[in-house]
Design a protein around this ligand. Structure first.
Ligand SMILES: *Cc1c(COP(=O)(O)O)cnc(C)c1O
Length: 372
């Protein structure tokens, strides 16, 4: 069986360094925030090209607190996409604001700037694009739209650490960038974690308060905050891993190119887009076929594990039915949810295994062509 992801292999070469970093925390006795987290915040913010990094306990908290720090709350509307992980939409709801779902672009699956523009009302306060699968959203057009209407532009970069647009890294393309370090992300902690990056000093100050019970120094609670602090062990682990991120991205991109060469011109199969000027980091290598469910089952039968990111757009999930969108309202997102299939792709995937995946997929696609 070729697994979809192999986190054991991913950590094997760093095992001793990671164990030493964890031991450093155990010996130091500071288990929450502290010097390991502060050092990681500075390193990750610099990596993104932002002035400040505020480490938190998850990507969900990063989104939630970023929205609060931008002043979003009840009565406000935030425009985002339904073709994302549910946390994007939930974080907007946590603030009391209303998520407004706009359709996505058919090639990248990211928020369509024209669709977002059509959703702007006097209550709109922010736009929250998602760099879905690791390909940057169209930040040039979304940025122009946000500026024209005086809206905050907050990036959900949970799947896109290191992705670039015209040589600039995501996270610092808008006003505030939000990342997750869930273990399966391109940069993962040994547990939960997240970070917000920004070059707005006032926003950074608010975020530092919000993640630590609204405190500005011990016992000085100046706002109602949350417990969203990053544990020191996660900061220590992420400090060890960050210098390897670019190498891992390069490995992902090499494997993606290999898939592209092997799968070019397979009838009925569409490969993920990489737009001019964009550097895709392939958190997910998502192909598209109308025959997705049959293809997925057939691949499993040949020992190839796949995933779907995501089988339902958020507006068609029962807990979010109350938002008011129905099947057919956001057709591009709905079609992508029906057709996308994520192939195994991680830095340690052997080239021979990638070739085997591609061979299996070509065969399975050919079977469909013969049957129809
Ligand atoms: C993973 C993810 C999140 C949530 O991050 P957690 O660390 O799991 O809370 C948010 N948005 C997107 C697009 C994600 O992929």
């Amino acid at each position: 069986m070729i697994p979809f992801l192999d986190l054991t292999a991913h950590h094997a070469s760093l095992r001793d360094e990671l164990a030493a970093a964890v031991a450093r925390v155990l010996d130091g006795g500071q288990f929450v925030l502290g010097p390991e987290v502060a050092a990681f915040e500075a390193a990750f913010a610099a990596y993104c090209g932002a002035a400040q990094g505020i480490a938190v306990n998850s990507g969900t908290s990063a989104l939630h607190l970023a929205l609060l720090a931008a002043g979003i709350g009840p009565g406000d509307e935030v425009i985002t996409t339904p073709f994302t992980f549910v946390a994007t939409v939930a974080a907007i709801e946590y603030t009391g604001a209303r998520p407004v779902l706009a359709d996505v672009e058919p090639d990248t699956g990211a928020l369509d700037p024209a669709a977002a523009a059509a959703c702007i009302t006097p209550r709109t306060r922010a736009i929250l694009p998602v760099h879905i699968h690791g390909h940057p959203a169209d930040m040039d057009r979304l940025g122009a739209l946000a500026r024209r209407h005086g809206l905050a532009l907050i990036e959900d970069a949970a799947q896109a650490h290191g992705a670039e647009l015209d040589g600039r890294r995501v996270g610092a393309l808008g006003d505030i960038g939000c990342f997750s370090f869930y273990p399966s992300k391109n940069l993962g902690a040994a547990g939960e974690g997240g970070i917000v990056v920004t070059s707005d000093e006032a926003v950074a100050r608010r975020l530092r308060r919000l993640r630590d019970w609204g405190q500005d120094g011990k016992h000085n609670h100046v706002v109602k905050g949350f417990n969203a602090r990053m544990p020191a062990i996660q900061g220590a682990v992420l400090r060890v891993k960050l210098p390897h991120l670019d190498g891992w991205i390069a490995a992902r991109r090499r494997l993606a190119q290999r898939y592209r060469r092997a799968l070019a011109e397979v009838p009925g199969l569409r490969l993920p887009a990489e737009r001019p000027g964009a550097r895709h980091v392939y958190h997910v290598f998502a192909v598209r076929t109308p025959d997705r469910d049959r293809v997925r089952t057939a691949l499993a039968g040949r020992g190839v594990a796949t995933e779907i990111h995501y089988p339902n757009p958020v507006h068609l999930l029962p807990p979010w039915a109350g938002l008011g969108w129905r099947a057919g309202d956001l057709p591009v997102a709905e079609r992508l949810a029906r057709e996308t299939l994520s192939l195994p792709l991680y830095p340690e995937l052997a080239e021979a295994d990638a070739d085997a995946v591609a061979d299996a997929l070509r065969d399975v696609m050919a079977e469909a062509a013969c049957a129809s």
